[in-house]
Design a protein around this ligand. Sequence first.
Ligand code: HEC
Length: 142
Amino acid sequence: MNKVNVNKLIRFFTLVLFIGTLTAFMIPQNQKKGAKWVIPEKYKKMENPYKGNKRDLKLGRMLYSKYCKSCHGSKGLGDGSKALQLKTLPGNFSTAEFQAYTDGEMYYMTAVGRDEMKGYSKKIPDEENIWAIISYLRTLKK
Ligand code: HEC
């Protein structure tokens, strides 16, 4: 190998390294983890009145794929098609940490929401439909 080729090779790898580093920095820096949710007491203790209802579970799956999947992903991992465009990480519904929320807390985060997680109480005005989604979120645990 002559000297010219070695220089070309070095230049090529420097470029690859540069582009690689740049993209690696761009992706995670775009997204921050959301702060801890502040949930009013009255929601915390709310229980899902439709828990264990099979019809609601089906409904929940349907509604989840219509309203939530684009950001939260089909398995709730936070990897939906729109997820990378968000400034805040959408979270991971399969984790023990998420599943430790009470039904009422999940209800609050879904219906009231905050910032990029817009509350669904207007788009989904029927409470039973929100609870149906919560029932479905419970099935996403690992
Ligand atoms: C436009 C994208 C988008 C859609 C659609 C969306 N979410 Fe979210 N969701 C987010 C983002 C972003 C967060 C993180 C918000 C934060 O921490 O401030 C979030 C957070 C959440 C959380 C709290 C997660 C945690 O671990 O703290 C729940 C629960 C939730 N969403 C439920 C839903 C449900 C149910 C639907 C459908 C009815 C839905 N989301 C639709 C973007 C979305």
